[in-house]
Design a protein around this ligand. Structure first.
Ligand SMILES: Nc1ncnc2c1ncn2[C@@H]1O[C@H](COP(=O)(O)OP(=O)(O)OP(=O)(O)O)[C@@H](O)[C@H]1O
Length: 628
């Protein structure tokens, strides 16, 4: 077929512009990206060859070759992997197939380091070749297709590419980079080798380069025809821990997670017994952009006896650990395992339990020994881990120890306090762990419900994450201490004798006022009672024991769910100067009662059903106070 010229998808054009101009300081990544694609292509072939051995033709030893030609000023990356058909080449090298393209552009920050990290996450690796090349030629043939169905693709990265059918004996893909004028530095075996060792050492496939030898006569290095392997070429996780240094672990992680960031921690071990597997699990230091999308696949790469089977094997991890990256290599699963089979398999369940335990141990160790790193982890992934309290019955207790809160103890919005620490600081007479929830840290901290706790010096946890209330519906106690909302039910803060006496007297005196308020507010409040939990506020709302707090009701409503409407209880502070002015027959007492209720609702972040009525009442009371 004759040569055809086609246009890149608009996004590719934009991406190329961006790549060439803003990633220049990171240009070395091109080799890592192209080698990584070649390695993926070999994995795909090995996988397809399980079902159809003939795909390997007469060339079963998979490898990558990296060569350069100083005279032609080219670098070539050649693999004998799966290759591409004409249609695949057009689709893969002319568009950005992944749906996240728009997201990619939305997320560009202008910061070169950060943008470079995004490139990997969004799978636009191939185009990075254009950072150093002003023309790229790809010659390829899909495994299983005849030699006559080879393909040549070529582009100068300027908006168009040419494609034609060629005769190609060799299966797989050869990518030739025609270097830009100022990239001569790359035309050196030493340079290329050091880049491979820096970025691609962990690739399980041999990466071959031509040998070079010193020629005394010419007094220069000469390139031989013979090839040698320049990387370790064994899957990192199959090697013994003692033979792997931190840098190798880190570089493998970067390859796996498509990121430039170092991991926070990792754990690597072989599990023996009824189900045998090797696991290498990493804790990232940064949350990916799609962490909140629970439908997003996430998880581990699955290998069976070193053969790559699938990415994102989500069955190997519970969803609340979806931020973990890593590899599981099983000795027991069949090579032709599918996602459906994974769901059913007992071995997979055993692996999933094992992986979960391992991750929890890693987190426990971090929390115990490396507080700074644990704080980083918590900041990035704490909210996701909290989902585990609801989802993972078996590990709930372990997870409860890992959860961190902000609290009135250190008066900071950083979530640093563990339940164990809280319990350690509990007052002698205190029987419960107290918390308050609100939309923001500031609102929680200023909640009227906290007033009595401040007075008594009792610590209260400040909950502001959306998952918190949901989580606590599963976590009702810790080390035998009930966890209780300060806004729900009766507080069991035992008053001392003197307080009790005063309370009884005041209670009797204000009975008529309380009865009046009950009657006036019968459509709004389930009950009205006096409270001694407030100092600075005249009133507050509490939920009945067992009922949902106002905050949770509002949250569910905002999420479009039907929250059962439960009326709150209005509590009035008899010590407040405003309340002290009131009695059942104060003029406008109905308006005063509504005002006490509406103010309490506003103070806890709620919204009024009839704001107009509130304004009218407040104004008429202000006018009355002004004597008008
Ligand atoms: N050497 C190769 N052999 C076969 N197919 C390839 C090769 N290089 C690239 N491709 C195909 O082109 C596609 C696009 O490659 P590109 O590097 O841009 O993104 P990706 O590999 O899908 O994503 P990521 O870089 O995140 O892994 C690949 O998914 C693959 O299908």
């Amino acid at each position: 077929m004759a040569q055809e010229t086609m246009s890149f998808q608009t996004e590719v054009k934009q991406l190329l512009q961006l790549m060439i101009h803003s990633l220049y300081s990171n240009k070395e990544i091109f080799l890592r990206e192209l080698v990584s694609n070649a390695s993926d292509a070999a994995d795909k072939l090995r996988f397809e060859a399980i079902a159809d051995g003939s795909l390997l033709e007469n060339d079963p030893d998979l490898r990558i070759r990296v060569t350069h030609d100083a005279a032609a000023r080219t670098i070539t990356i050649d693999d004998n992997g799966i290759g591409m058909s004409r249609d695949e080449a057009i689709a893969n090298l002319g568009t950005i197939a992944k749906s996240g393209t728009r997201d990619f552009f939305d997320r560009l920050s202008g910061d070169q380091q950060k943008d470079a990290a995004l490139i990997g996450q969004f799978g636009v690796g191939f185009y990075s070749g254009f950072i150093v090349a002003d023309r790229i030629t790809v010659e390829t043939r899909r495994a299983g297709k005849p030699a006559a169905e080879g393909v040549r693709w070529e582009s100068a990265g300027d908006g168009e590419f040419a494609i034609e059918t060629i005769e190609r004996a060799q299966r797989g893909t050869t990518i030739t980079l025609h270097l830009r004028a100022d990239e001569d530095e790359l035309l050196s075996s030493w340079k290329l080798k050091s880049l491979i060792q820096k970025y691609s050492d962990h690739i399980a496939l041999p990466i071959l380069m031509q040998k070079e030898e010193w020629d005394a006569e010419k007094s220069e290095m000469v390139v031989k025809d013979e090839f040698e392997t320049v990387n370790q070429a064994s899957a990192l996780w199959t090697r013994s821990k003692n033979d792997i240094d931190a840098e190798q672990y880190t570089s493998f992680y970067k390859h796996l997670a498509h990121t430039q960031d170092d991991p926070l921690a990792w754990t690597h071990n072989r599990v023996e017994g009824r189900t045998e597997y090797t696991q290498l699990l990493y804790l990232p230091s940064k949350a990916p952009f799609d962490l909140w999308d629970r439908s997003q696949r996430g998880g581990l790469k699955l290998y069976v006896k070193r053969v790559f089977i699938m990415d994102d094997a989500e069955q190997l991890l519970p969803s609340y650990l979806r931020f973990i990256r890593g590899v599981v290599d099983s000795s027991d699963l069949p090579l032709n395992v599918s996602r459906e089979i994974l769901q059913e398999s007992r071995d997979v369940r055993a692996i999933r339990d094992g992986v979960t335990k391992r991750v929890l141990s890693m987190l426990e160790e971090l929390a115990e020994n490396e507080a700074d790193k644990y704080a980083t982890f918590w900041g990035e992934f704490g909210q996701v881990l909290k989902e585990g309290i609801g989802e993972d019955n078996a590990n709930r207790e372990r997870l409860a120890k890992l959860v961190r809160f902000s609290s009135t103890h250190d008066d900071s919005d950083a979530q640093k306090v563990s339940l164990a620490e809280y319990v350690g600081r509990m007052k002698e007479s205190q029987t419960k762990i107290y918390y308050v929830s609100a939309d923001s840290w500031r609102a929680a901290r200023n909640s009227p419900h906290l007033e009595v706790f401040r007075k008594k010096g009792i610590e209260v946890l400040l909950l502001t994450d959306r998952v918190d209330e949901w989580m606590l519906s599963f976590l009702t106690e810790f080390e035998g201490k009930p966890i209780a909302s300060v806004a729900r039910g009766d507080l069991d803060l035992v008053p001392d004798e003197a307080e009790k006496e005063v309370q009884e007297q005041v209670g009797d005196a204000l009975k008529p006022l309380v009865e009046k308020a009950k009657e006036v507010l019968k459509d709004k409040a389930k009950d009205v009672r006096l409270t001694f939990r407030l100092t600075d506020s005249p009133s507050c709302l509490v939920a009945d024991d067992g009922a949902m707090s106002g905050y949770l009701q509002r949250m569910l409503k905002a999420a479009g769910q039907n929250a059962p409407a439960a009326q709150p209880i209005l509590e009035i502070n008899p010590e407040h100067p405003l309340v002290k002015q009131l009695s059942a027959d104060t003029p406008h007492i109905d308006d005063w009662c509504h005002l006490l209720f509406d103010q309490a609702l506003l103070a806890e972040g709620g919204s009024l059903e009839d704001p107009n009525a509130y304004v009218r009442r407040a104004n008429s009371l202000l006018l009355a106070a002004a004597g008008k």
